[in-house]
Write a protein that binds this ligand. Structure first.
Ligand SMILES: [Zn+2]
Length: 468
């Protein structure tokens, strides 16, 4: 698709990066034909639509935002420079010192309508460079596979830059949104998001924005169908402690702490297997079952060389990462924990290190309806369909994202990262996204933003019109 070439090389960051990219493409280990092309002075075609991602996920823009020491200042400078180039309004909010959140705004023609918020996080998880085929922070475009290797190429620097590219295309096509569009680039998602999306969602600024719908990250899909998420499992980090009489290591007796604990571990293991079997049999998706994983076991009496070997300890504990779907019955699970996993009759206790509620602040399950009852869903589904791609059945996200902070407040939020035919490599070595899939994603967002930002004159009934 044609686009305004005037903008290419317009910001200092992209200019520098593209130059470096061209240099690297000419010098680096490229296949002979590419080398010959570079030597013959042919332009490298890719950067035009890829440039933003190659910079945002690469080293040139000082946008190395890997935890635990993300360069948020460099990232904010890059984002603001791109916002200027695009003609978007920009402000930097700082809910925690040194953790800027960049908020961009494209004013709608009807500002009283609820706005659309396109969220993405600026930080990424760290990487072990030696285990990667290409340096993880170099945004390497592999010339034979057309894969872009970069930390953040899936999670989720791709999405942030696709939003911007889609907006560039829409503006070039003369589109003006009815509702105001915001883009938030938030810090700290990878460490829980409390100082990022968490603080933002509860701020007066957010209130003022009158957000009607949030789009946030999803997951890659190894198949043809794109994935969309309407809720996520809630982490319950559970510690179960067992007590029992201590005793000589040679003595057989009932009710030791270890025996009590291991009985529970066996019951939990069976519950886990039953849940996992539902997934393996295809009866339920991963996000629809309760997952339970043992994360630590702690027991024994330390000695200078390890543990005392002839003593049965009086205490033992296990740590469990439990993830609960928001449409599960939490009371039933709590009863199971109290009666079967940690029964006081076996001298056991339990506590939650973290227990995220499956209900929002209005007492409803923390999910965004993904059916015809929700006009936002209808609009999203239609806009994705208009981009000529297939959408899978809406899912519950198996882990946590920033979307929960918005859903908790009753704001509809969908998780969607347009990556089909792509292995799920977030947080993995050699995280990559194919360049064609990335560009296809820009087209999808173009359709999605156009659809969601336009006032639905033809909404079926008065009630949904009023809502939107
Ligand atoms: Zn992410």
């Amino acid at each position: 698709m044609a686009r305004d070439n005037i903008r290419l090389f317009s910001s200092p960051f992209t200019r520098l990066s593209v130059l470096l990219y061209l240099l690297a493409a000419a010098v680096a280990a490229a296949p002979p034909e590419a080398e010959a092309e570079a030597a013959a002075g042919f332009p490298v075609k890719e950067p035009e639509e890829l440039e933003l991602l190659l910079v945002w996920a690469g080293p040139e823009a000082r946008s190395d935002t890997a935890q635990p020491q993300p360069d948020y200042a460099g990232a904010a400078a890059f984002l603001r420079s791109e916002a200027d180039a695009l003609g978007l309004e920009a402000e930097t909010l700082e809910f925690a010192l040194g953790k800027p959140l960049v908020l961009l705004r494209w004013p709608g023609r009807r500002p009283s309508l609820p706005s659309l918020l396109l969220n993405s996080h600026t930080d990424v998880v760290p990487a072990e460079p030696l285990k990667w085929a290409h340096p993880p922070f170099s945004a390497h475009l592999d010339s034979s596979s057309s894969h872009i290797f970069a930390r953040g190429s899936q999670d989720m620097k791709c999405v942030g830059m696709q939003y911007l590219e889609a907006i560039r295309r829409l503006r070039a096509a003369g589109f003006t949104p009815d509702r105001t569009i915001y883009l938030s680039f938030v810090p700290d998602e990878e460490i829980g998001g409390k100082d990022g999306a968490g603080a933002f969602a509860s701020s007066s600024k957010f209130e003022e924005m009158n957000v009607g719908l949030v789009l946030d990250e999803g997951l890659a899909s190894p198949g043809e169908e794109y994935r969309v998420f309407y809720g996520e499992r809630c982490p319950w980090w559970l510690v179960i402690k067992a007590r029992g009489a201590p005793g000589h290591g040679a003595k057989l007796y009932d009710g030791s702490a270890m025996e009590n604990l291991m009985k529970s571990v066996e019951i939990i293991r069976r519950f886990r297997a039953a849940q996992f079997d539902l997934v393996k049999a295809g009866v339920k998706a991963e996000g629809e079952v309760v997952s339970v994983n043992l994360v630590y076991l702690k027991a024994g009496t330390p000695s200078p060389t390890g543990f005392v070997m002839n003593l049965q300890p009086s205490e033992a504990q296990v740590g469990l990462d439990v993830r609960v779907p928001p449409n599960a019955n939490p009371e039933e699970l709590e009863r199971r924990i109290a009666e079967e996993w940690a029964p006081s009759s076996r001298n056991m206790t339990f506590e939650f290190k973290q227990k995220v509620s499956v209900y929002d602040m209005f007492g409803k399950p923390v999910i965004t309806p993904a059916d015809n009852s929700n006009p936002w869903w209808t609009m999203l589904e239609e806009a994705i369909r208009k981009a000529n791609v297939k959408l899978g059945k809406p899912e519950i996200f198996p882990a946590s994202t920033d979307a929960r902070y918005f859903r908790e407040r009753g704001i509809p939020a969908f998780g969607f990262s347009p990556m089909a035919n792509t292995p799920i490599l977030l947080h993995d070595h050699n995280e990559f996204l194919n360049k064609d899939e990335y560009i296809k994603g820009i087209e999808i967002y173009e359709s999605v933003i156009r659809g969601l930002a336009s006032y639905n004159e033809h909404a079926k009934d008065e009630e949904s019109r009023a809502e939107l």
